[in-house]
Write a protein that binds this ligand. Sequence first.
Ligand code: ZN
Length: 247
Amino acid sequence: MRAAVVSDIHANLAALEAVFDHAEDLGPVDAVWNLGDCVGYGPQPSECIARLREAGALWVAGNHERAATGAIDTDDFNPSAAAAARWTKVQLDAAEKAFLDALPETAEQGDFVFVHGTLRWPIWEYLLDAETARAHFSLMAVPFGFVGHTHVPMAAVEDTRAPEGCRLTRLRDGDVIQIDGGTKIVLNPGSVGQPRDGDPRASYGIYDSDSMTFTLHRVEYDIGATQRLMEDARLPSWLSERLSIGR
Ligand code: ZN
């Protein structure tokens, strides 16, 4: 079984389609696992929701799904993100909002648990340091998991011999993580639609149950096409500019 693991698509359909094409070029895709923030920032929220539903994606909610429906307010968002959230809210119809509101904050399937942020604070907390990783591990009832939210691809591996109790590693294009080591592992596939690790290419991963591996991939897409749609929609210019630099 091969699953395409995506997160933080942020209404960037060109990036999402490029990722799906890339994954299918490598082999049959049996499942799509989505870690939230399908909407917000980008110009095609409805199209991205439809594309993921068509793919039958497993889907946990992020803070941007909640903001887009009004389930949470945007006081904690920066001004650009709040403006984009207001724009997104206007674009979505009642059925789309009802669908987003019904998304769970965590999901479990087999040996995996899925959450946008962390199990301690599902839609808000960034898993970027050892203390947060340890807290997350302590709440995991299964050995493996996926998170999103940071827009930075990363692996966190529990290691009781390491000084901090775990090892955190940034992932780059082509990195392969073996996930049957008998230790808890949390993986972040990075962001499809708004990478923030300095590499503007779309980021995602493929989990292969035969080899028990997770492979990170970076995929070029038509950034200009998304930027033109953002300009047409009068979305904040910084949100469009940052796509070119991956920040
Ligand atoms: Zn995000």
